[in-house]
Write a protein that binds this ligand. Structure first.
Ligand code: 13P
Length: 254
């Protein structure tokens, strides 16, 4: 990896005050010192972000949300704006996760608006793209992921992704225990970087492209050894501090 490695925990809709406090207690000794060769972030449900901002304040680890509104401010009951995330000290936000696209009707257009607002407010976006099993089997993987990416590039350019990251998460690999092979993931990452380079080659070389989908300490080293895999977005294996830290150590080792 020629870019600084980046390992991001996505807790999804898991956690409680108590469980989070235990996670922090277990992870803090490592997060305070060791992770100098790798950026680390923890993305929690929004209600727990202040707990994490406070809990991780003595470490280099960043705090992220898992969504924000496509609107800036106003009569949008239940929404949380990018400015609010910035206001509470949140560093980054996962946007366009496949669970949000498929279960909550997010579109390329709404995701692009969210990326723009996050970036404008100083919250680094982690844009997720990925194909379903059906799309992969139909040979449409590259078409799907590059069109998801293009929607964002057309709306707000490449700089939000230079500041944040792009994440390739094949839907069929999420939570299934079936990770993409390092070679298959690398092929998609390389195609994504080519698509970025068509906008700005110098900036494209700086964008971190994370892989997500059943990443564990066992498969992380082979994934991280690929040229265009710059880290991981980790779901299930991030819920236990020790499992997550083991993946961070794999990123540091490269
Ligand atoms: P798993 O690591 O549980 O497969 O989840 C991946 C993911 O969706 C991270 O955003």
């Amino acid at each position: 990896m020629s870019r600084r490695a980046f390992v991001v925990a996505n807790w999804k809709m898991n956690g409680s005050y108590r469980a989070n406090a235990e996670w922090l207690e277990a992870a803090l000794p490592s997060l305070r010192g060791a992770h100098t060769a790798c950026d680390v972030a923890v993305c929690a449900p929004s209600v727990y972000l202040p707990q994490l901002v406070q809990g991780l304040s003595q470490s280099a680890a960043m705090v992220g949300a898992q969504n924000c509104s496509e609107f800036a401010v106003g009569a949008y009951t239940g929404e949380i704006s990018a400015a609010m995330l910035a206001d509470i000290g949140c560093d980054l936000v996962i946007l366009g996760h496949s669970e949000r696209r498929t279960l909550f009707g997010e579109t390329d257009v709404s995701v692009a608006k969210k990326v723009a607002l996050a970036f404008e407010n100083g919250v680094m976006p982690i844009l997720c793209v990925g194909e379903t099993l059906e799309e992969r089997e139909a040979g449409k993987t590259l078409e799907v992921v590059t069109s998801q990416l293009k929607a964002v590039l057309d709306h707000c350019g490449i700089m939000p992704l230079v500041a944040g990251a792009l994440a390739y998460e094949p839907v069929w690999a999420i939570g299934t225990g079936k990770s993409a092979s390092p070679e298959d993931a690398q092929a998609v990452h390389a195609a994504l970087r080519d698509a970025l380079a068509r906008v700005d080659a110098e900036a494209a070389a700086r964008v971190r492209i994370l892989y997500g989908g059943s990443v564990k300490a066992g498969n992380a080293p082979a994934l991280f050894a690929q040229n265009d895999i710059d880290g991981a977005l980790v779901g299930g294996a991030s819920l236990k501090a020790q499992d997550f830290l083991a993946i961070c150590r794999c990123a540091e080792a490269l």
